[in-house]
Design a protein around this ligand. Structure first.
Ligand code: F6P
Length: 538
């Protein structure tokens, strides 16, 4: 690595015996380490770094050509080198007046044509004009998808449920993803086939999990309606895909398709037609607010100096922790139940993007890359895994995410509940940093009641959780992931690591059906035998 990397190694040695409690008590700590973009405040005061480290991190970003890399991403260069294409999720939120030519085509006009088609679908469904096989208006919408074709819309719909306009209130939204059919089987027990619409979301239109759930949904609808597969698909299915020809040959009507583009990565796709459930939930106005918030973060990422650039700062503190502080676990802790699915969403975004050990040039990297992410609604996790954060042997970096204002228009115990969540969020960040020093009672405690502290955390304070601010928050994390990939020299936009398992599973299906005589390793053969014996013994 270069001299900027060495400078950080020296700083890590310099600070190795400094406790976080001694770093955070300087009077200008908060003003020096908190940064704002519109309704979003990034507070890095509880990170184990000082002003010199921050300067050195920015120097590292500069030495890796960060500014140039950002403009390559946003201008549509082929930053996804192993798949030789652009990664243009930011184009999905460009305003209609913008222009971005990629391969001779203005992608912005394509994007807005699709948004207009989405709007037609949304209006028709909200107006009760999309009818099922008996003429009943659709009132239940089930998104069938997995990974990026599930987690983004699921996370946002849950987060923004309170923003549903009146005309969307009669629509219930459901999400099914699990390949074994358990979510769908339970849901089908409750649904009324006459008024149920399925949204089949799959970028590749080849994902077996999704196609298997779709087959079960079709069978259920055919049983209840007595209609042909073709008619069931025409009246009760919308497809969202970047492979329309596959969807059509599978049987979907072209008029029921919403398309997006291969330059939209699956985990970056909630801004595309994959966001249809979001638009059905919060209306097109709400969906466009989400896009506008993300676009504003794109502009900030592109224009703000690196020293004030929120995604870059968030990325570089992660680099500091991973590569210079030897911390390899990262907890995502929203203090707002509406963000319940944010940890799962970020797990895919970060680990599927940066869980790589080979550089863009195909060489093994010589440094650590993406840490292990996990998370939970913070207050619930306080009653579960926080024990490890406070007294375990693992070093963990934490992101606390919380809105400052909630229930503003109500005088109620709910406001008290929000205060409670805020107080707990601040308390946990404080105790993780200070440890025992958070108490000033001077009482000596036995070792099992001691808190070491020194665990770094970031607080992201939203003014309020709105569609606009959520858009900014998600874009902040997307760009953080990219900025880290730039430092690590990896491609965050492919996911070859998940392909082999799928291929081997296809092979094993034939073995489970007893139609293959292929030999496997003894461990796999042992389990195959055990399964066959158990099946035969019924
Ligand atoms: O298996 C990984 C993956 O390809 C993800 O990247 C993607 O979000 C998910 O599967 C679903 O893919 P698709 O939208 O093509 O069905």
């Amino acid at each position: 690595m270069n001299s900027a990397w060495s400078a950080l190694e020296n700083s890590a040695a310099r600070l190795s015996s400094t406790h976080l409690k001694d770093l955070i008590t300087t009077s200008d700590r908060y003003s020096a380490f908190s940064f704002r973009h519109e309704g979003l405040l990034l507070d890095l005061s509880r990170q184990r770094l000082d002003p010199q480290v921050l300067e050195e991190l920015i120097a590292l970003a500069n030495s890796q050509g960060m500014t140039d890399a950002i403009s390559k991403l946003l201008s549509g260069e082929r930053v996804n080198t192993t798949e030789n294409r652009a990664a243009l999720h930011s184009a999905l939120r460009l305003p209609e007046s913008a222009e971005l030519i990629v391969d001779g085509q203005d992608v912005v006009s394509d994007v807005h044509q699709t948004l207009a088609r989405m709007e037609e679908f949304v209006k028709k469904i909200h107006a009760g004009q999309w009818r099922g096989f008996t003429g009943k208006p659709i009132s239940q919408v089930v998104n069938i998808g997995v990974g990026g074709s599930d987690l983004g819309p699921l996370m946002v719909c849950e987060a923004l449920n309170q923003f549903r306009p009146d005309d969307a209130r009669d629509i219930d939204l459901h999400f099914v993803s699990s390949m074994d059919g358990s979510q769908l089987a339970n849901l089908l027990l409750e649904l009324d086939a006459e008024s149920t619409l399925f949204v089949l979301s799959s970028k590749s239109f080849g994902t077996i999990d999704t196609l298997a759930n779709a087959a079960t949904a079709i069978e259920w609808l055919q049983e209840r309606s007595g209609l042909s597969r073709e008619l069931v698909l025409k009246q009760h299915f919308i497809g969202v895909t970047a492979a329309p020809e596959k969807a059509i040959s599978w049987g979907l009507a072209e008029s029921n398709l919403l398309k997006f583009w291969d330059w939209t990565g699956g985990r970056y796709s909630l801004w595309s037609a994959i966001g249809l459930p979001i638009a059905l939930s919060v209306g097109m106005h709400g969906f466009k607010e989400l896009l506008a918030g993300a676009h504003s973060m794109d502009k900030h990422f592109s224009e703000a100096p690196l020293t004030e650039n929120l995604p870059v700062l968030l990325a570089m503190t992660g680099i500091w922790n991973t590569n210079f502080q030897d911390i390899h676990a990262h907890a995502i802790l929203p203090y707002d139940g509406r963000l319940a699915h944010l940890p799962a969403y970020l797990e895919q975004l970060e680990m599927e993007s940066n869980g790589k050990s080979v550089s863009g040039q195909g060489e093994a990297v010589s440094h650590r890359t993406c840490p292990i992410l996990w998370g939970e609604i913070g207050p619930n996790a306080q009653h579960a895994f926080y024990q490890l954060l406070h007294q375990g042997t693992e070093r963990v970096m934490c992101d606390f995410i919380v809105p400052a204002r909630r229930y503003v228009d109500r005088e109620s115990t709910l406001q008290d509940q929000h205060q409670l969540a805020l107080a707990n969020c601040l308390a946990q960040a404080r105790v993780l940093a200070l440890g025992d020093a958070a108490l000033t009672d001077g009482i000596e405690r036995p070792s099992w009641q001691r808190y070491f502290g020194n665990q770094p955390s970031t607080v992201i304070l939203l003014d309020e959780l709105t569609p606009y601010n959520l858009g900014s928050l998600v874009a902040l994390y997307e760009h953080k992931v990219y900025a880290q990939a730039v430092i690590w020299g990896i491609n965050p936009f492919d996911q070859w690591g998940v392909e082999l398992g799928k291929r081997v599973a296809n092979d094993l299906i034939t073995a489970l059906n007893k139609s293959s005589k292929a030999t496997y390793d003894p461990a796999t053969e042992g389990l195959l035998d055990a399964i066959q014996n158990l099946r035969e013994s019924r």
